[in-house]
Design a protein around this ligand. Structure first.
Ligand SMILES: [Zn+2]
Ligand SMILES: [Zn+2]
Length: 337
């Protein structure tokens, strides 16, 4: 039995979204179909729409911060049932047998399938995925605002697990946008002393409300110089070039500067600053299914919700214009409800 999906697609790089239907075909034994309730808009959707990474296939249906309910379950799926509230993020399938998959690092699987790469994502009324990539949403988590946790949220939460960020750590979040604002909330609830780096005066005030204890102007060299040797952990969510040596110098010995924002320009850093302080630079993508489960539980316990602006799914073009204007506070979610 075939299922028709009512989606929104762009037909060429940079074009507007138009209504687009496609057929799902037979459901695989390890797959599930999801009725999409809400889908967040991530900057990666915009990058893919503009084919910035050269891997976009048209017609392109974006959307990889999906919250919905299970509509149909493949014969071999045991942990998901019809009607269950679930989330689906950047990955919609993993190879299941490589060294990364075998050690719980499915998000690093070279054979993993992207929800919007060579297949259609969540800007639609339905989406299909492998059951292993579909995560139950715990009772109590607000469904309307949970979508952005699936990509933006897990991207900033996963390194807290990977690098054992401690509640006694002094941490900094560089860039207060879709990812950065969730990082402030997570790190505050984690127990850390949190500093927000932002160039926007308006956002400095908002950052304090979101969970920062302090703010610094990300473009004021003298303010950043004055913060030398302060931080155990810095996470950068920006996609622009900053003076990274200045930032490295704000780290304590053994401190870490971690990148989750994909700045396209090469990093220009002093080896000496790394060597003398035994400092590290690192990066990471999203998180494994087990990490997403942990994040959901942590967000539920501390009632952490991304701050969202809701648009009806059929206002998708207006929603993207709002995203591109840079005025979104802080994440846009499309709604089918
Ligand atoms: Zn794998
Ligand atoms: Zn994303």
């Amino acid at each position: 039995m075939s299922t028709t999906v009512n989606a929104y697609a762009v037909n060429e790089s940079g074009a507007k979204f138009e209504a687009f239907n496609y057929e799902l075909g037979d459901l695989g034994s390890h797959e599930v179909d999801i009725d999409v309730l809400y889908c967040g808009i991530c900057h990666s959707d915009l990058s893919m729409l503009n084919n910035e990474w050269g891997m976009t296939e048209f017609p392109f249906v974006g959307g990889h911060e999906i919250i919905g309910t299970i509509k149909a379950v493949g014969a071999d799926v045991t942990h998901l049932t019809e009607g269950m509230a679930v989330g689906l993020g950047w990955h919609s399938n993993y190879c299941g047998h490589c060294a990364s998959c075998s050690s719980g690092d499915e998000n690093l699987c070279a054979g993993a399938e992207g929800t919007i790469v060579a297949r259609h994502g969540g800007f639609a009324d339905k989406v299909r995925a492998d059951a292993e990539a579909v995560i139950p949403v715990p009772e109590g988590l607000d469904l309307q605002s949970a979508g952005p946790l699936l990509c933006g949220g897990i991207t900033v939460f996963n390194p807290m697990l990977q690098f054992d960020v401690k509640s006694t750590d002094k941490v900094g979040v560089i860039g207060i946008g879709g990812l950065g604002h969730i990082a402030l909330k997570f790190l505050n609830a984690w127990g850390c002393e949190v500093t927000a780096f932002t160039s926007s005066d308006a956002k400095r005030k908002e950052a304090l409300q979101l969970g920062a204890h302090h703010t610094l102007n990300s473009r004021d060299a003298s303010e950043i110089e004055a913060a030398a040797y302060q931080f155990d952990y810095l996470i950068s969510t920006v996609n622009v070039k900053l003076d990274w040596n200045l930032y490295l110098n704000t780290l304590k010995p053994k401190g870490r500067l971690h990148f989750v924002g994909a700045t396209l320009e090469p990093l220009d850093v002093s080896a000496m600053s790394l060597i003398m302080g035994q400092r590290s630079i690192s990066g990471s993508p999203v998180g494994s299914p087990a990490s997403i489960v942990k994040m959901f539980d942590f967000a539920n316990l501390h009632q952490i919700q991304p701050q969202i602006e809701l648009f009806p799914m059929d206002k998708i073009n207006e929603a993207f214009e709002h995203l591109e204007s840079g005025k979104a506070r802080y994440r846009i979610v499309l709604s089918n409800v």
